[in-house]
Design a protein around this ligand. Structure first.
Ligand SMILES: Nc1ncnc2c1ncn2[C@@H]1O[C@H](COP(=O)(O)OP(=O)(O)OP(=O)(O)O)[C@@H](O)[C@H]1O
Ligand SMILES: [Mg+2]
Length: 263
């Protein structure tokens, strides 16, 4: 397993070292190292409860953290969330965070950031034509996939320099997963993406680099294709392969195994 970050040609856009998070006296992260490449998709993987969401929340200053979080060359670990957002980090959270009582248009409007230039509605509507058609619909009445489009759409409005998407395909029908994947692929051509994802088929399609967490620590970093080609490593790090091979068409969906195991 690699401990450096091979294959990153350019200086990483986001460089996290020894990230530690303690919540309510409980040590949740014990030393996460993570580099997000300056282009394309970097995947953040790990079994349920490994600390992926806490890592993302730590990067964004949504939980108290220590360590080093360098974004575009600047140390940001002491900055508040609003300052990080202003520096150009867009976040589509695990629960999507849409305002159910507001319309699609209102949800997008709330995400506009004064001083960030003209909001990129043309891009958002090009990628998600449905959001224009459903502009007046209350977000609470949208399907999960459509809500995800609102969540990702918001991150594309403000010319962000990095997009962080936490399990954007969780609970979505296969057809919608494909649609969200296509959008992430397009978005990543313009803006680097840190993608928390359990669907390994999607990781294979989108991600160049990956970081795997286990028990609140970085357990592996390297090219995504190398990890996914190594059945022993995916089994050891992600717990896939053995149980999912028959059920999930080659064990491509990590959540199938781990969520069952949780139940
Ligand atoms: N606010 C909190 N208070 C106490 N424990 C927490 C809190 N947030 C997370 N945890 C715990 O920290 C661990 C890591 O949680 P986290 O949500 O980061 O995992 P994850 O990798 O995102 O999991 P999943 O794949 O299920 O989304 C879990 O054991 C979780 O129960
Ligand atoms: Mg999570």
């Amino acid at each position: 397993m690699t401990t450096d970050a091979p294959g990153l040609a350019a200086e990483p856009l986001l460089c996290v070292r020894d990230l530690r998070v303690v919540i309510g006296g409980r040590h949740i992260l014990h030393g996460v190292d993570l580099d997000v490449a300056a282009s394309g998709v970097t995947a953040l993987l790990g079994r349920n409860g490994a600390g992926k969401t806490t890592t993302v929340r730590g990067v964004l200053g949504l939980v108290p953290r220590t360590g080093s979080v360098r974004f575009a060359g600047e140390e940001t670990v002491r900055l508040a969330t609003h300052a990080l957002v202003r520096r150009g980090i867009g976040y589509a959270p695990e629960d999507r965070g849409v305002f159910a009582a507001l319309t699609v248009a209102e949800n997008l409007r709330l995400a506009e950031r004064p001083g960030a230039g003209e909001p990129a509605y043309a891009l958002v509507h090009e990628l998600f034509p449905e959001l224009r058609q459903r502009a007046a619909q209350r977000a609470g009445t949208l399907s999960g996939g459509q809500q995800q489009m609102v969540a990702i759409g918001r991150t594309l409005l403000n010319g962000n320099r990095l997009i962080i998407a936490d399990e954007p395909t969780k609970g979505l029908a296969p057809k919608v997963v494909t649609e969200v994947a296509r959008v992430l692929e397009r978005a990543a051509q313009a803006v680097p993406v840190l993608l928390v994802e359990q669907n390994l088929a999607l990781v294979r399609r989108l991600a160049e680099h990956c970081v795997v967490l286990a028990d609140g620590r970085t357990a592996h970093r390297g090219p995504a294709a190398d990890l996914l080609a190594d059945t022993g490593a995916t089994r050891a790090l992600l717990g896939v392969g053995r149980h999912t091979a028959a059920a999930a068409g080659g064990g491509s969906d990590l959540s199938t195994t781990s969520r069952k195991a949780d139940a």
